[in-house]
Write a protein that binds this ligand. Structure first.
Ligand code: ZN
Length: 138
């Protein structure tokens, strides 16, 4: 099976840029990604990688927002390619509109809406979209 464009995108240089994560994960993923026969195992690995990348991106956002965004974008590509959903706990770090990484205090504003069902309004400062999260039912 030939590697596709997605996997070719990660060369050694690219992997090194992402530090430990790049070394340990991207490399292994690129090397084995398309060779894994078991689809379920591939999906599981993809989900794990996407979660690790997103977590790392959130941690990094305060220091290097561009690299963090890049990692989040890779995570999204991995999820799309393997058709796996983001973990519910990590879903709030993606803007529903522009799909960019949003981290409260860095490039997102969080406000509490006092409606009938109270809502959490997370404004993406990249595109201005307001991501609403309903906090329980009245
Ligand atoms: Zn946005």
């Amino acid at each position: 099976m030939l590697r596709d464009d997605f996997e070719r995108g990660f060369d050694q240089y690219e992997a090194q840029k992402h530090g430990d994560l790049g070394e340990a994960w991207l490399f292994r993923f690129v090397a084995q990604g398309s060779l894994v026969k078991n689809r379920r195992a591939a999906k599981k690995e993809a989900a794990e990688l996407a979660a690790k990348l997103t977590e790392s991106a959130v941690k990094l956002a305060g220091k290097d927002l561009n690299l963090a965004k890049e990692q989040a974008a890779i995570a999204r590509r991995v999820r799309l390619r393997h058709n796996v959903r983001a973990e519910p706990s990590l879903r709030r770090f993606t803007c529903k509109s522009c799909k960019s990484l949003i981290v409260p205090g860095v490039n997102a504003r969080v406000r509490l809406g006092h409606g009938k069902p109270p809502t959490l309004r997370i404004t993406c400062l990249e595109c201005g979209h307001v991501n609403r999260k309903i906090l329980g039912t009245p």
